[in-house]
Design a protein. Structure first.
Length: 148
C-alpha cells in the first residue's frame, strides 16, 4: 500500500500539471512583487475627485457675481417652502391661514424660527433650503403670515 501511494505521488510530481501550477504560482507572485509601487501622494492624486457638485439655488448660482444678497421671503417661499406650505402637507401651516399659524405664533416668533431652522416634526432643518440664512428663513415666515 505504501509503495502505491509513493508511486502515485511521484507520478503526480512528474506529470506536467503540478509543475505548471507551481511555476505559474511562482511567476505570478514574483511578477507582483516586481511591479513598481505607487507613493501615497500619487494614489491620492489618482483618486481625487474630478469635479464638484453644487446643489442649491441654481438661479442665484448662475447669476451670482460674488454678491451674497439675501433672498426675499417670497422668493424663498416660492422656491423652497411652497411645496409643503401651500397644501399643508403633513400638518405644515398653510400660507396666510390664521387657524394654522395662531397656535405656532402663540409660542413666540423665536420658537417658530427655531423650529424652522432646526426642523420640527415632519419639517427638516431649514425646510428644503439648506443654504438659506436664518434671516432668509425669518423672511419666508414673515411672508407666510403677512396677511393674517
Amino acid at each position: 500500500m505504501k509503495q502505491e501511494s509513493t508511486v502515485n505521488v511521484l507520478k503526480a510530481l512528474t506529470s506536467g500539471r503540478l509543475i505548471a501550477v507551481a511555476l505559474a504560482f511562482v511567476v505570478g507572485s514574483a511578477g507582483a512583487t516586481m511591479l513598481p509601487q505607487d507613493k501615497n501622494e500619487d494614489i491620492a492624486k489618482r483618486i481625487a475627485p474630478i469635479g464638484q457638485v453644487h446643489t442649491g439655488n441654481a438661479t442665484a448660482a448662475a447669476g451670482d457675481s460674488g454678491s451674497s444678497a439675501a433672498r426675499s421671503g417670497e422668493a424663498v417661499y416660492n422656491q423652497f417652502c411652497a411645496a409643503c406650505h401651500t397644501g399643508g402637507v403633513l400638518g405644515a401651516p398653510k400660507l396666510n391661514n390664521a387657524a394654522d399659524w395662531e397656535p405656532r405664533l402663540a409660542q413666540g416668533m423665536e420658537t417658530v424660527l427655531k423650529h424652522a431652522v432646526n426642523g420640527y416634526n415632519a419639517m427638516p432643518p431649514k425646510g428644503t433650503c439648506g443654504d438659506c440664512s436664518e434671516a432668509e428663513i425669518q423672511s419666508a415666515i414673515d411672508y407666510m403670515i403677512a396677511d393674517i
